[in-house]
Design a protein around this ligand. Structure first.
Ligand code: F6P
Length: 550
């Protein structure tokens, strides 16, 4: 029994039934499942908005899916989902509502937090962002010397960086190519150096993005950016007002830093950092792609929110994807999950998902405060597909680990490519389809022999197959499709956290390192003693000081 009175997950009849079913299915091959059901290739699919989702290449049967849905019902996934959409404080350890879905709700929606409809405030900020973005894009917003802004540098980290940085890369073809947009996150001064070294301060706008406005990396980088700006513009403090805006929930800290609250775009504590890029945190993206495209993206998010909120369990894509992850992580010992986009523009997509998934579900303590006895969030990893094929796919095909993977691809190449480059798209997508086929069905020893391969190489050239994949295919990578994809993964992560009975919306695990870094810094700079520092770290600090000649 859990401390909250619920039966422990791994003692529920639904869990036990899945364990027994797993044993019954052991040894079943995907080849057999496809041979037994001619309709599997089209039947095990879902269409959600623009996303065609094929889950036929999973090691599951109708019975598996039914049992997984029963587990979801037993753990009341939809009950928690409804509580989230209602604005209840489901982030219990921080006592907060979880309402990123309100950020993309239509203007006339009513979503209440503590009895107050938050939708008008959401749209008021979006409208202010749009007016500001238009001013920057048109050149009406000028810097301190009267020159128009040509460079936008977002300073933030984690959720205040990864979302807009990923979306900017993804939607490059929709951006104003006359603007230079860069993202600085790392407290390593090299990041800022490379971002501004060829920029003219008179034409540069800094966007300081930080929910708390206390994050040391961001405040340090913002302080350096201010010094760079003032040095470049003759030291007049008034320049800050034309060259710095802030995105935050913390007006007091923003003012304290010297940014005019007039230049602050707010969001709210019911928006988690890793769920925030469709809030004010997306301002750099909105400047790059324009308010209309940004709104299209929000509509894409909303479409999938509505799907998750209303689709029945059998046809609910985030539920299905979450449960498939549980099937492999909890019943087949899979430790990781690969996300492999076949679009160069999605090069930061998996990095973004790493925070979304691993910061949300990387927890060993349940909502009831007890340690869980089951696996929780997987290691999420991956890079664009064809590059991965020539690097780590070997391990997915013939390694000893089970790695479920999502393949994401598009029918159309991006419109602005030349005809010659567009012609490469079929080759890209041929790889996309070939890989999931090879992973699922492999190549038997007899098939290898039939090619005339000498016997001593047959085992090496055999592919066992049965590597499960989901294929997500859309016509084109648009702002709306990006919103749909991100919402799909957000809700998938939600489903898994709900089943595992963990709070997917806190992140206490990042705190200890932050505290220790503050304690260690004086040891590096001044040689101060750090009380309680272990022997290894003490020696490393001494070595560091020696190498720096201190
Ligand atoms: O340290 C983790 C974290 O709190 C993330 O959850 C968050 O996205 C990031 O730091 C940045 O926080 P902030 O937006 O408050 O600067």
């Amino acid at each position: 029994m859990n401390a909250d009175g619920r039966t422990r997950l791994d003692q529920t009849p639904e869990w036990t039934a899945l364990t027994a079913h797993r044993d019954d299915l052991a040894g079943t091959r995907l080849r057999e499942l496809f041979a037994a059901d001619q309709g599997r290739g089209t039947g095990y699919t879902l269409q959600v908005g623009d996303l065609y989702i094929d889950y036929s290449k999973h090691l599951v049967t109708d019975e598996t899916l039914r049992l997984l849905r029963e587990l979801a019902a037993a753990t009341d996934v939809f009950g928690l989902r409804d509580a989230m959409f209602r604005g209840e404080r489901i982030n219990t350890t921080e006592d907060r509502a979880v309402l990123h879905t309100a950020l993309r709700a239509p203007r006339d929606a009513v979503i209440e937090v503590d009895g107050e409809n938050v939708v008008p405030a959401v749209h008021a900020v979006l409208d202010r962002m749009a007016a500001f973005a238009d001013q920057v894009r048109s050149g009406a917003w000028t810097g301190h010397t009267g020159r128009r802004v040509r460079n936008v540098v977002n300073i933030g980290i984690g959720g205040s960086d990864l979302g807009p940085a990923m979306a900017y890369e993804t939607l490059r073809a929709f951006t104003d190519r006359d603007l230079t947009v860069r993202f600085v996150s790392n407290v390593d001064g090299a990041d800022m150096h490379e971002a501004v070294r060829d920029l003219d301060p008179a034409e540069t706008l800094f966007i300081v993005a930080s929910k708390t406005f206390t994050t040391i990396e961001t405040i340090t980088n913002a302080t350096s950016a201010r010094a760079w700006l003032l040095q470049g513009l003759g030291g007049d403090e008034k320049a800050v007002a034309r060259h710095f805006v802030a995105l935050s929930t913390n007006q007091e800290k923003v003012s304290g830093f010297g940014i005019d609250p007039e230049n602050m775009f707010e969001f709210w504590d019911w928006v988690g950092g890793r769920y925030s890029y469709d809030s004010a945190i997306g301002l750099s993206l909105m400047i790059a792609i324009g308010p209309d495209r940004f709104r299209e993206m929000l509509d894409g998010f909303h479409l999938v929110d509505e799907h998750f909120r209303t689709a029945p369990a059998e046809a609910n894509a985030p539920l299905l994807m979450g449960l498939l992850g549980i099937w492999y992580g909890n019943f087949h010992d899979a430790q990781s999950h690969a996300v492999l986009p076949y679009s160069h523009y999605l090069s930061r997509f998996t990095a973004y998902l790493q925070q979304l998934d691993m910061e949300s579900n990387g927890k060993y303590v349940g909502r009831d405060g007890q340690e869980v006895d089951w696996q929780t969030g997987p290691v999420v990893w991956g890079t664009p597909g064809t590059n991965g094929q020539h690097a780590y796919y070997q391990l997915i095909h013939q390694g000893t680990k089970l790695i479920p993977a999502d393949f994401i691809g598009f029918a159309e190449p991006v419109a602005e490519l030349s005809d010659g480059l567009k012609a490469q798209h079929d080759l890209l997508m041929a790889n996309f389809f070939a890989q999931t086929q090879a992973l699922a069905f492999g190549k038997t020893p007899d098939e290898v022999r039939a090619e005339g391969v000498p016997e001593e190489l047959v085992a090496h050239k055999t592919f066992k197959g049965d590597h499960p994949t989901t294929t997500i295919l859309a016509r084109e990578l648009t702002p709306s499709v990006l919103g749909q994809l991100i919402a799909l993964y957000e809700h998938k992560v939600f489903v898994q956290g709900a089943v595992w009975n963990i709070d997917s919306f806190d992140q206490w695990g990042v705190e200890l390192g932050k505290v220790l870094a503050k304690r260690v810094e004086p040891a590096l700079t001044e040689g101060a003693q750090v009380p309680g520092l272990d022997a290894s770290s003490t020696a490393l600090v001494a070595k560091y000081r020696e190498l720096r000649g201190r």
